[in-house]
Each structure stands twice: as C-alpha cells, then as structure tokens.
Design a protein around this ligand. Structure first.
Ligand code: HEM
Ligand code: SF4
Length: 571
C-alpha cells in the first residue's frame, strides 16, 4: 500500500492549517458564505439538505485497517455513528459541524487521507478496480499508475478550474470493474507482446459520463506508452479546458465536446497539442521516468503470501457443519472471487443488508469490526467497490469459513453480491439537496419485497441502480434495471430504465415510459422480474433476456396494473 512521503504529508498537513484558518474566518464573519463556498468545496465540504456533508477520497479504493478505524472514529466523534461509501470510492459523512471539519481533516491527515479534490471542477478521486493486484483476470496491477496519476493531478495548477468536474477510471484486467466507459477519461492498461515490446501501455477512452446526457466513452488513443501518460493527458485536458462549454453548465462536460466534435476530430486535436507538448516534455522530464515508477511501484509489491495449494470447490464447504453448509456455499458462490495466488481468495463483504440501513452505509461498529477482520484475514488492507461494498482481497481459502462466521456477526455476510438486492443507490432526498425524489426508501422497499434468498439466487445476476435525480450518482443508466427519481409538480415520481449494463459490454438503459408513484415500484419490479422468469432460457441472465426480447413484454407487464394503485409515497 502506498505510504506518504514527506511531500504528501506536508501537503495534507498544510491544507489542514489553511482550512482551519478559513473556517475560523467564516465563523467569525470575516468572510461571507459566497467567499467561503469555493474554499470549502476544495476540501470536499458540501452543504446539504440538513447539514454539512464531507466527502473523503479513498484513492483507487484502497484502505488500510488503520484508516478504516479512523473513519469509524470520525463517524463516532463527529457524525452520527455511520458513514456512506460511494460509487466512486469515496466515503461521505453526512452530519458534520462546520467548526469541527478542520479537526476531521487533521484526523484524516494522521492516517494519510484527505478530502482534497473530492469536489469542484478539478480532477476528482481516481477510481480503479477493487480487485487490483489480486484478480485472476488481471493483465497488470493498475495501482502504481493510479498513484502516479493521483500525485500528478493533485493540486495541478493548470487543471484546478476546468469547465466541469473531471473523473478518471483506470482498469488493468480483462473484465472492466470500474465502469470505465462512463468516465470523462477511462484508461485501460495492457501488456501486449505486439505493442511497445510488451511494455505497459494504455488505451484511452474519452467523453463518457452519465447525468442528463448519458454517453459511453470513445476510444481515442491506443497503445500509449505508460511513461507519456502525463503529457498525453495534459494535452487532452488542455483541449477540453480550451473548448469545453463554460457558458453552459449542462454542456460543459467533456462528453459534450467529444460528441460535438466527433471522437476522431477530438483525438486529432489532442494529438496536435500532444505533438507540441510531448517534444517539449521530453526535454523537461514532465513524463514519468523509470525512477518515478520504482519509487511508487515498490509500495504495491505482493504481501507475504504463504505457499499453499489451491483447495477444491468441494473441500472448502466441507469444513462447515451440515446445518451451515447451504448458507456457506451460497456465500462462497456469490461473495468469494478467485485469486492470482494458489490457496487464496478475495471476499466481498455486503453493505446491502435487507432493508435496514442505506446501501453503502456502514456503522462505526461495523467499520471497526471489519478493520479487525482485515488485520486478521487479509494483511490489514481492504478495498471499496464501486457497487458500494467492501473487499478483503487476500484471504486464505482455509480461513473462509471462519471469516464467514465472523462477518455474519457484523451483518456483512449477506450472499447477495450481484443479485437484485445488491442495489446501488445515491443518498437521494433523504440527504441530498439536489434530489427530486428519495432513493433510500425505494431501495428498502425493493429489498424487503425480494428478501427470499433462494428466489434471488434463482434469478441470478441482475443489477438494479437508483438515483434521486438526473445527476445519476446512483448510476441508474447502467443498471439492468434503473430507477430515476423525477419531480412532477412537487411530487416524487420514478422513471424506469431497462437494458443498462456496466463493464466491457456497457450500455445505457432505455426509459420504458411514463413514471410511477413510489408505492407502485415494488409491484413494477415484481412484474418485470416475472416476465424474465417466464421468458428466460436456461441460464440466461436478465440482461440477455431483455436484449433478446426487447422492451415490449417488460413494458406491457409494468403498465398492466398501472393506475390501479392509489398515488402516494412508501410507508
Ligand atoms: C449528497 C451529495 C451529492 C451531491 C451534491 C452530488 C452532486 C452531483 C452532481 C451535481 C452531479 C452531476 C454532475 C455530473 O454530470 O456528473 C453528480 C453526479 C454523480 N455523482 Fe454525485 N452528488 C452527491 C452524492 C453522490 C454520491 C453519494 C455518489 C456515489 C454514490 C455520487 C457519485 C456521482 C456519480 C457517479 C455521478 C455521475 C456523473 C457522471 O459521471 O456523469 N454522488 N453528483
Ligand atoms: S443523483 Fe441527485 S439526488 Fe442522488 S446524490 Fe446525486 S445529486 Fe443527489
């Protein structure tokens, strides 16, 4: 895991001092809210519906047990005993007091964390694969590149005032687990023997994003040598900085620029800027050097794995008692992933219990207990997934039973990963001041409706994503089933999209028709699922059935009973 050097540490420590002074001046009235607003947003501090919300970065989703304990401590001391993991590998505290935020940043700085660039029109937290370094399908561990780019982008003076916020995702495996194509820039790392002598290269996708105008990114550069990423990305950001639509908030994202120019023309312009810059940069050593790589990459060496044999699929559940075996096997199937190293596995801890807390929320008690599990079973490290769950990446297969039993105690062992109740949801109207409608009660009602694990298992992989407004924080566009909160004359309604998909085969869902009242949504879900169950062929996942049949049968079923419901919110 990357350890801060004195430069990183000085930077975050100085930021705490600077922000403490800014908060003091705000509190004593020396600066007005309009002046303070950009300063607080530079430190991830929003003002939400009820309180201040602090967003803290978890670069490429990697956390130490110690950092998680600090987050738990902050949740206890400065918040209401819980916090929310987001789809971009950040954590949000929803109830912080302004006067205490410098102290929170100071606590974070002690464990090499911060909230810099988690808001504002700058390069946001760089997200990556939660299984980086351990995934069986990995070409290359993306984390050294993520860290180099984190350092390159942090407080980059030229990119502090972009037309809009800017999001990078980096993937280094066969399967995309980063929603790469929905980012402003997606970087796909590869090692291909036919390109650059098999050295590390990057394919660059630009212009993806969700929100009001969902667009998938376009490939604009292939086989870029890793060393020149800074100058290439500088060129790309310069083109965006110059031509991004600053005159219109809704058109200011890079996706609109790439769309209006066309990916070829955008790529040509980037290439032009790069030709100039790259020649210059070669002289000025702006690009990454081997020395830089070594400085950072040494932090991501493999932990002290034991020499173990891979256990067979039958041997692992055999350790459980007869009474436990069914439930344990289910958990192995859904929550445990294969690993690069024999005898090890990666475990996903579900933060999606049945309808009790919000998807992605963890209490401080859970965070502390999970930190202990990380120490005991996974070399003191864990990861945050963009589906808002946590991962213990390096667990010995022979310890899986023990870990499952301990995780059950903390209610994070629900075997629902990738199933209908593993819902991605934004905080919606319960917290967010931008919301048109609530997300969390919808998620809860669906989780309660579909609480039969056997049934969920039988349904198999289905992604259900919910956003409280068109900003799409809950990724509804790329859910197989998406739910979007809309406002009609001051009332909360919900629009359904179908056919969205994340990953290599990403697609944007289509709206099926007029929106529904909140209390209709569980029935609508049941209707959609029934169509799938009736129409699927053996082993056909939901998305394939949808692609084969198209929207009509689903739409028909969803609207069959529409209008028979009384209008209203969920209880
Ligand atoms: C509660 C405070 C929040 C505020 C004020 C907020 C604000 C916004 C705004 C204004 C946008 C639209 C801009 C855009 O086009 O990207 C947006 C989009 C987005 N936000 Fe949030 N958000 C909040 C919470 C969250 C949470 C909790 C998550 C993760 C669960 C999240 C992740 C995202 C993502 C992934 C997008 C999609 C936009 C894209 O990439 O195109 N946000 N948010
Ligand atoms: S989608 Fe809308 S309601 Fe939900 S968190 Fe984002 S901005 Fe808020």
């Amino acid at each position: 895991m990357y350890k801060y050097d004195h430069i990183d540490q000085t930077l975050v420590d100085q930021r705490v001092i600077q922000f403490r002074d800014q908060v003091e001046r705000r509190l004593n009235g020396t600066i007005a809210e309009e002046e303070f607003r950009p300063l607080r947003l530079q430190n991830g501090l929003y003002h939400q519906r009820h309180a201040y919300m602090l967003r803290v970065a978890i670069p490429y989703g990697l956390l130490s047990a110690k950092q998680l304990r600090t987050l738990a401590f902050i949740a206890d001391k400065y918040d209401r005993g819980y916090a929310h993991f987001t789809t971009r590998q950040n954590i949000q505290f929803n109830w912080v007091e302004l006067e205490q935020t410098p102290d929170i940043l100071a606590e974070l700085a002690k464990v090499e964390m911060h909230a810099i660039q988690t808001s504002g029109n700058c390069i946001r937290n760089i997200t990556s694969d939660a299984f980086a370094g351990v995934a069986a399908d990995e070409y290359i561990d993306p984390r050294p590149i993520c860290e180099l780019l984190r350092q390159w982008s942090t407080l980059h003076p030229e990119f502090a005032h972009l037309p809009r916020k800017f999001k990078f995702a980096i993937n280094g495996a066969k399967e995309d687990r980063t929603v790469l194509l929905c980012h402003d820039v997606g970087i796909e790392l590869k090692k291909d023997p036919n390109i650059n002598n098999g050295e590390l290269t990057a394919d660059i996708y630009a212009g993806g994003g969700m929100g009001r105008t969902p667009i998938l990114g376009s490939l604009i550069k292939q086989g870029l040598p890793w060393q020149v990423l800074p100058s290439y990305l500088t060129a790309l950001l310069r083109v965006y900085n110059r031509f991004g639509r600053r005159d219109n908030l809704y058109k200011a994202r890079i996706k609109i620029l790439v769309k209006s120019l066309g990916p070829e023309e955008f790529a040509r312009q980037v290439e032009g800027e790069w030709a100039y810059l790259h020649n210059e940069a070669k002289q000025s050593k702006d690009n990454f050097t081997k020395y830089e790589w070594e400085r950072v990459a040494k932090h991501f060496t493999k932990p002290a794995y034991q020499q173990l044999n891979t256990m067979s699929d039958e041997a692992i559940p055999a350790a459980a008692t007869e009474a436990e075996r069914g439930a344990f096997t289910r958990w192995l199937k859904r929550n445990v992933k294969s690993h690069q190293v024999p005898g090890y596995a990666s475990v996903i801890l579900s933060l999606k219990p049945h309808g009790t807390v919000a998807p992605g929320d963890a209490t401080s008690a859970q965070m502390n207990a999970i930190a202990d599990l990380a120490d005991q079973y996974s070399f003191g490290e864990l990861r945050v997934t963009h589906e808002q769950n946590l991962v213990l990446a390096d667990v010995e297969q022979s310890k899986l039973l023990e870990l499952w039993q301990a995780a059950k105690q903390q209610h994070v062992a629900l075997p629902n990963i990738g199933l209908l109740t593993d819902i991605i949801a934004c905080p919606g109207g319960d917290f967010c001041s931008l919301a048109n409608a609530k997300s969390l009660p919808i998620a809860k009602a669906i989780q309660e409706r579909f609480d039969d694990l056997d049934y969920l298992f039988d349904l198999g992989d289905i992604s259900l994503n919910i956003s409280g407004c068109i900003n799409s924080c809950g990724h509804h566009h790329v859910g197989n089933i998406g739910v979007l909160g809309v406002d009609k004359d001051g009332e909360e309604w919900y629009q359904i999209t179908l056919g969205g998909e994340q990953g290599n085969d990403a697609s944007i869902g289509k709206v099926i028709g007029p929106s529904f009242y909140a209390n209709e949504i569980p029935d609508v879900m049941t209707s959609l699922i029934n169509v799938y169950v009736e129409q699927r062929t053996t082993d056909e996942p939901f998305i394939e059935t949808y692609r084969r049949l198209g929207v009509s049968p689903f739409k028909e079923a969803a609207y069959k009973n529409n209008g028979k419901h009384s209008k209203g919110a969920l209880a």
